[in-house]
Write a new protein. Structure first.
Length: 217
């Protein structure tokens, strides 16, 4: 595993991801509170009899009351506010939100090698599961970094250091290795005799003839 600093476009994308997760942290508690509010507006008469008749008065007006009015308007509003705060704090304190904040602070990424064991989709978006041992179990793709993979592929990929959100797949290890072979530095030819052109005596460190300028590298 190798650690590198984020490039400018990778940091920009991380800011966009952070905003997306912040919107989720706000919207999810809102929908939960909305559901509770709608549920509490149901009249007691529509509840199961075992719930509505237990320790209940016999007057018909009682069953016309809603759950909210039964517990009291002030108690209901106070309860909703407390729940909203709790759900909001829980959403903001999720592992993903905390780890994204760390990534924005440290501005680093890591390069990891892994073997693909499962290729599938979740909610219409592709993902792959990796063999255990890399510290990263699943990498999710989006439109910007998708690359088709198959089971058994040995891949090299970049993720944000703390959140492990995929940046991009660099490629298959076998192909990367083959390409790197062509980039190996060429070793100079050691010449320990005379120059073939001018017969000048050479030393073992000469890369070109000091007399005629013939290059031996």
């Amino acid at each position: 595993m190798e650690i590198k600093n984020l490039e400018s476009h990778e940091l920009t994308r991380l800011h966009q991801i952070a905003k997306k997760h912040l919107r989720k942290a706000i919207l999810y508690p809102f929908f939960i509170i909305l559901f509770i509010t709608i549920f509490c507006s149901i009249p007691l008469k529509y509840l199961p009899k075992r719930l509505s008749s237990r320790n209940a008065p016999t007057s018909p007006e009682f069953y016309e009351e809603t759950i909210a009015s039964f517990v009291g308007q002030q108690n209901f509003i106070l309860g909703v506010i407390i729940l909203a705060i709790i759900f909001a704090l829980l959403s903001l304190a999720t592992y993903k939100n905390i780890s994204i904040k760390k990534d924005l602070r440290d501005k680093r990424k890591k390069i990891v090698a892994g073997i693909v064991t499962i290729v599938d989709q979740y909610e219409g978006k592709p993902y792959v599961r990796l063999k255990k041992g890399t510290g990263i179990n699943i990498i999710h793709f989006d439109q910007s970094n998708y690359i088709p993979l198959k089971i058994g592929d040995r891949i090299l990929f970049e993720v944000y250091e703390h959140s492990n959100i995929l940046i991009k797949v660099l490629g298959e290890l076998s192909k990367i290795k083959k390409e790197s072979d062509f980039k190996k530095p060429i070793k100079p030819i050691e010449v320990t005799d005379k120059c073939p052109a001018c017969k000048h005596q050479l030393s073992t460190n000469d890369l070109q003839c000091p007399d005629c300028g013939l290059n031996f590298s």
